[in-house]
Design a protein around this ligand. Structure first.
Ligand code: HEC
Ligand code: HEC
Length: 285
């Protein structure tokens, strides 16, 4: 009884949110961080993409939020990037090594790396993201414990590595290993309707893109700014956390972080941002 009332309530809430919502165009503005680093926030989609033009989530945000991302001194996510740099240089584990021991200056060794993840990992026979690569180096090469999801240095270090690719276009190599079949699995997930609200990712980010849902302007749901600083949470948010939040909003069970399902979704959703600049750490509502 209580459950069905709740269900109807949610369905109605969502229907009301979407149907009475105003449509607003994303802004037509350029993002140049610190007046120096030009960010590609609009680009022609790669072949086979459902959109003609890809748009960064930045274009959908308020002037205040956009201004925070345009100035790295004001971007609250930059504190996490600085923390990531400290971790990069800190010795940990039984081998007495830091990331810097092997990789040196991250501004050189990590430049462009974040724009190419997730990538095929022959050892584990699956795609890995930056978070899992960090864990691989920690366990295999430093004799340190892997970070648990969203814990320890995982978010700051991931943000620090991705930040070294700020401005560079997202570009995945789908020809490596089995990347193509993971892409297909991710695509299938993207369009599969789930949960009590029977929504897919595409229901919101493709079909209703541009509408307001509650106070939030629905974007294309691009992954190029992650980990992202969310003002609502006053914290850096990882991509798998965002995925889980969006799935939870459909009232579906959500898969574990780094599970095959979410890795496949990361491959596919990251590909959907091909050609947009890495914005890490982006600032969002
Ligand atoms: C003992 C040396 C060593 C240490 C310490 C080490 N790594 Fe690595 N790392 C490597 C090697 C070797 C590779 C290349 C492996 C490969 O190409 O498959 C690598 C690969 C990587 C890559 C992927 C680079 C690419 O081209 O795709 C990233 C990112 C990375 N490491 C981050 C880190 C971070 C962050 C730390 C610290 C937590 C760390 N590494 C610590 C040796 C190390
Ligand atoms: C009920 C509607 C809804 C559904 C379904 C939904 N999302 Fe979202 N999503 C949102 C809202 C609202 C936001 C925040 C505003 C925005 O950027 O669209 C968001 C944001 C995002 C972002 C961050 C965009 C940015 O620029 O920071 C990503 C990535 C994302 N969603 C991916 C997904 C994926 C993948 C799925 C399917 C598993 C999904 N979403 C399903 C509503 C939804």
């Amino acid at each position: 009884m209580r459950k069905s009332v709740l269900l109807t309530g949610l369905g109605t809430l969502l229907a009301t949110c979407l149907s009475t919502a105003a449509v607003a165009e994303p802004v037509d503005e350029d993002l140049v961080i610190d007046g120096e680093i030009a960010i590609i926030t609009k680009t022609a989609a790669p072949e086979g993409h459902p959109f003609d033009e890809l748009l960064s989530g930045w274009l959908y945000r308020t002037p205040e939020t956009r201004a925070l991302e345009a100035d790295s001194f004001q971007n609250p996510g930059m504190l996490a990037v600085e923390l990531g740099e400290e971790i990069w240089n800190t010795v940990e584990g039984s081998e007495g090594k830091s990331c810097a021991t092997c990789h040196g200056d991250a501004s050189e060794s990590m430049k462009g790396i974040g724009a190419r993840f997730p990538k095929w990992d022959a050892d584990s026979g699956r795609p890995i993201n930056v978070e899992l690569q960090i864990n691989e180096c920690r366990t295999e090469r430093m004799g340190a414990e892997p970070y648990k999801f969203d814990k320890g240095g995982q978010k700051p270090l991931t943000a620090f590595i991705k930040h070294q690719s700020l401005g560079l276009p997202v570009s995945l190599d789908l020809s490596e290993g089995d990347m193509q079949s993971w892409w297909e699995r991710g695509e299938e997930m993207y369009y599969r309707r789930t949960g009590q609200l029977n929504l897919s990712c595409a229901s919101c980010h493709e079909l209703n893109n541009g509408l307001y849902i509650r106070a939030d302007h629905l974007s294309q749901g691009q992954a190029n700014g992650f980990p992202t600083y969310r003002l609502k949470q006053a914290a850096l948010v990882s991509l798998h956390n965002r995925f889980r939040g969006c799935i939870r909003d459909t009232r579906a069970e959500y898969p574990a972080a780094f599970s095959d399902d979410l890795m496949a979704l990361e491959v596919y959703v990251t590909w959907r941002a091909t050609g947009l600049s890495v914005e890490t750490p982006a600032v969002r509502q």
